[in-house]
Design a protein around this ligand. Structure first.
Ligand SMILES: [Zn+2]
Ligand SMILES: [Zn+2]
Length: 350
């Protein structure tokens, strides 16, 4: 039996597979993966380069956001099946990008995949995003106030706190675009002005992980918004204890040396018994006072319990100290620090 020969209805070629009486090439010509030109508009923040994408401002690499946008657009416009979309920006100026779009797909599910190329035109508009607007207007919504009780923050504490803040801000920025510092004032303590109360709280918590601090939050009503809802400014206060590492403190008449402050724990050495106690900001007695004493260096001349003879290394005067307990680390010939408080000599632990 003779089989009727078939030919492509457009180009007349004889092929193995026909799609609606057409060869693959002719079918593709009549059914491009995209039948409408690709035209997109994007808005970029001229301050921070954030891009307005899917109804929100996102920070990210323009090319990868363009790829996501164009992918969505291609899938929306195409009547065929899209397997992959790649782009490369071929021309760019401030207000327009020309992008070569390579689409892999097929017009019908019974076809092999093939590649098509299109040019996309992306119009760029520049604006200022809401976060940058708030920064420009210095519209802080929260203040993180770092203070120490009854004293000033030491330079070392300030430095460390700013480091913690910087690390935490970088972490928060990955999830929250308004994790931005508007301003830092360094007067009585640190005042860190922020755009969000949540960011202030997160920073306070991060500081508290390292310093034994108490956190208090206060609100101040600024105004009512258009709908009559209160707009308030939140102050998150982080209060460090009235002493820092290396200080001598008085707790109910007994002197302690602040050996270490780490992860919220304060290590105190009793300067009469040399026993160590651990407290936190919450368990540290309210009456704890920093005593201002001058630390002096001494050479240990001799130890005849309970008397220790010490040579002052600045004045070369020898003094005798009566210590109810001789700590193990006190050795003849060793150098130590001691303080004179109300006529009594206290030897500080190394
Ligand atoms: Zn054909
Ligand atoms: Zn911006």
């Amino acid at each position: 039996m003779k089989i009727m020969k078939r030919f492509c209805a457009i180009c007349g070629r004889e092929v193995d597979v026909y799609y609606d009486n057409l060869c693959l090439d002719c079918f593709r010509k009549n059914h491009p993966l995209l039948s409408k030109p690709l035209k997109l508009k994007i808005t970029i923040c001229r301050e921070c380069n954030s891009i307005f994408y899917l109804n929100k401002w996102v920070k990210g690499d323009l090319e990868s956001i363009l790829l996501q946008l164009i992918r969505r657009e291609v899938k929306k416009l195409s009547k065929g099946e899209i397997k992959n979309v790649e782009i490369s920006v071929t021309e760019e100026n401030k207000s327009k990008y020309t992008v070569l779009v390579t689409v892999v797909g097929r017009a019908r599910h019974d076809m092999p995949y093939y590649k098509e190329e299109y040019m996309a035109e992306v119009r760029v508009r520049y604006e200022v995003c809401p976060v940058c607007r708030d920064i420009i207007l210095k519209k802080e919504k929260a203040i993180l106030q770092v203070r120490a009780l009854n004293r000033e923050l030491s330079l070392e504490e300030k430095k460390r706190i700013l480091e913690i803040v910087e690390i935490e801000i970088a972490k928060l920025q990955r999830k929250q675009r308004n994790a931005v510092i508007v301003d830092i004032e360094d007067k009585k303590g640190l005042d860190i002005k922020l755009l969000s109360a949540n960011v202030a709280r997160a920073l306070a918590a991060a500081i508290q992980k390292e310093f034994p601090a108490l956190i208090k939050e206060t609100y101040k009503l600024i105004r009512l918004d258009r709908n009559g809802r209160p707009v308030s400014k939140v102050t998150v206060k982080v209060e460090l204890p009235p002493f820092s590492k290396g200080d001598v403190v008085d707790i109910k008449g007994t002197l302690f040396y602040v050996k270490e402050i780490k992860r919220g724990i304060i290590k105190l050495v009793n300067l009469s018994t040399y026993k160590t106690i651990n407290v936190t900001s919450k368990t540290c007695p309210k009456s704890t006072k920093r005593v201002s004493v001058e630390k002096e260096k001494y050479l240990v001349n001799s130890i005849t319990p309970p008397v220790v003879s010490l040579l002052n290394l600045a004045s070369y005067e020898t003094i005798e100290a009566r210590l109810p307990v001789i700590p193990q680390w006190l050795k003849v010939g060793g150098t130590i620090e001691a303080v004179n408080y109300r006529g009594r000599i206290y030897v500080l632990p190394p």
